[in-house]
Design a protein around this ligand. Structure first.
Ligand code: NAP
Length: 380
């Protein structure tokens, strides 16, 4: 790997950014950067973490003059920041690479959604065309594509429905803290009853429910009670009966696969649940051919090195196909693989992946590696 000489990093303190920085340290990526400049929207001028080749003080994330001296900028700061900074920076004539975790630029004609195990050839083609905006996909979409990689590769997918179970870390650091606060408040509210062995479970239940529906529970960051609850709507309402998270499942998947002109129909119902980390998804998939169940497991298991097929039995499933088992690992656990009673070409799959790793940080980190190689090869 050669050098990206000057790399700017905005959003390193947030959930995605801190996971990305940890991965970059783990893989020794920072040694290949001549200078890393950490930016902040709230802490400019304060000391930053001690890292190799890094300026000691945090730079100001809205200082366009400073940003325009970077060869590449990674932003994990969020869509509002991208909206505010990206266009003015380009308007100043900045020609560097913009790598972003936010959705703002994903569907732009000038950007590529990056998930290199599946679309490395599209990434390289667009680099060769001079494209400079490379954007990480939606976490749920990237995890679905990693899990079902083999089926897409073999052209086996006719249509998909996805039912998602998405962790609160998908909403960022503040929402994670708030989920724990909600859990604590609810527990505290019923602690006297819990301590009494003879108290009625119905009393506890009604007190919990009353508290959930009162204004006493802290909901400033999440907007609703999530502890002891689930929220079957994620992202904005598109006013056509679907949420933007659900639309992304169809639109981003087909862009990543380069199938905009021949899209695979994908329907999703996206649900926020009170898990901390990892997005889980239950798929129903119509196959283009009737392939045997063992072959399907092999096709999925061999598509990339991260998919781990979990045998479809209770013990293995409860041990290995859960957010608790997968959190913090690069594995994409894929299980509950079975044919349905409807038709032998219709199958089900359940998958769990860490949405902060393969769903957010890892594609950005690997894009930096691709850029470095690309520059070594003389912009080939
Ligand atoms: P986040 O945790 O909310 O962090 C974003 C920024 O919030 C930080 O960089 C920091 O900026 C500021 N911040 C304020 N209070 C903070 C606190 N207590 N702890 C840490 N940071 C705090 O956001 P995120 O989840 O990483 O998401 C960043 C972008 O990635 C978003 O566009 C999101 O849609 C996208 N994305 C997220 C995920 C996911 O699973 N979370 C997955 C894929 C894509 P300053 O240092 O400038 O104050």
């Amino acid at each position: 790997m050669t050098m990206i000489k000057r790399l700017g990093f905005v959003g390193w303190r947030g959930m995605v950014g801190s996971v990305l920085l940890a991965r970059m340290r783990e893989e020794g990526d920072l040694e290949h950067v001549e200078e890393l400049v950490l930016y902040s929207t709230s802490q400019a001028g304060q000391p930053g973490p001690e890292l190799p080749n890094t300026r000691p003080l945090l730079a100001d994330a809205i200082d366009l003059d400073s940003l325009s001296t970077m060869d590449a900028i990674i932003s994990c700061q969020g869509g509002d920041y991208t909206q505010k900074i990206h266009a003015p920076l380009r308007d100043m004539g900045w020609q560097g690479y913009w790598l972003d975790a936010a959705s703002t630029l994903r569907m732009s004609d000038n950007s590529t959604i990056i998930l290199d195990p599946l679309n490395q050839s599209i990434i390289r083609q667009n680099l060769a065309k001079g494209q400079r905006d490379f954007i990480g996909g939606n976490c749920t979409v990237s995890l679905m594509l990693m899990a079902l990689h083999g089926l897409f590769k073999e052209n086996l997918v006719e249509w998909i429905t996805a039912m998602t179970y998405q962790a609160i870390s998908g909403g960022g650091a503040q929402q994670m803290r708030e989920l724990l606060i909600q859990m604590g408040e609810i527990h505290e509210h019923v602690t006297p009853l819990l301590r009494l062995q003879e108290s009625s479970i119905l009393d506890i239940d009604s007190r919990v429910n009353e508290y959930l529906n009162s204004s006493a529970l802290t909901t400033g960051a999440i907007g609703s009670p999530l502890a002891n609850n689930l929220l079957p709507w994620i992202d904005i309402d598109l006013d056509n009966g679907i949420g933007r998270e659900e639309w992304k499942g169809y639109a981003e998947t087909n862009k990543i696969l380069g199938r905009e002109n021949n899209p695979i129909p994908i329907e999703s119902t996206c649900v926020r649940v009170g898990t901390f980390r990892c997005h889980s998804q239950a798929f129903t998939i119509a196959l283009s051919q009737d392939v045997g169940i063992d072959d399907l497991a092999d096709i999925m298991g061999q598509a990339n090195q991260w998919v781990k097929v979990i045998p479809n039995n209770k013990q293995d499933t409860l041990q290995s196909l859960t957010p608790a088992a997968v959190s913090g690992s690069m594995d994409i656990a894929v299980g509950r693989i079975r044919k349905t009673v409807f038709n032998s070409r219709i199958m089900t799959v359940f998958t769990v992946g860490d949405q902060l790793l393969w769903g957010a940080a890892e594609p950005l980190r690997r894009m930096l590696g691709i850029l470095s190689e690309y520059q070594t090869d003389g912009d080939s």
